[in-house]
Design a protein around this ligand. Sequence first.
Ligand code: HEC
Length: 126
Amino acid sequence: MSMVSNALKAASLALAAVFLAAGPMPVPAQAQQFVPKDENPEDFPAGSGRDDTFYACTACHGFKLVAQQGMNRRQWEESIRLMVDKHGMPELPAKEMRVVLDYLEATYPPRAQEPGRGWQNPFLTR
Ligand code: HEC
């Protein structure tokens, strides 16, 4: 062992001790994920099934992402199917699926039915 490598070894041991003493690293703010607490069911139009729908969807993303869509029942159903097939959403039991679709269909119908509002790209308006 040369003196240089002994000195390097001592230095790296000292460095390791500093890192160990520092404890767990704080998580940088930009790495923090969406937390459902950012939104409440009450932020969205009242209606039967609203809370169930809110909690079924906000396990993964904001409800705003849902609320800015306008679709018919079949399209909503396909959208949820996509969540299950592509994104690993647990399948909703048939009864819950009906409740969720009732709310989405009634609250967020296709935009064409609302005069003056064209189709909006959900990824640009988010
Ligand atoms: C298991 C996770 C998960 C759940 C639960 C979930 N989604 Fe998603 N969803 C995603 C991911 C991932 C994306 C795409 C990434 C993004 O835009 O955040 C997405 C995107 C979307 C989009 C944007 C357009 C699209 O097709 O990509 C819509 C609409 C949508 N979800 C609807 C819903 C609805 C309605 C529910 C509740 C019934 C729901 N999601 C529940 C994971 C989920």
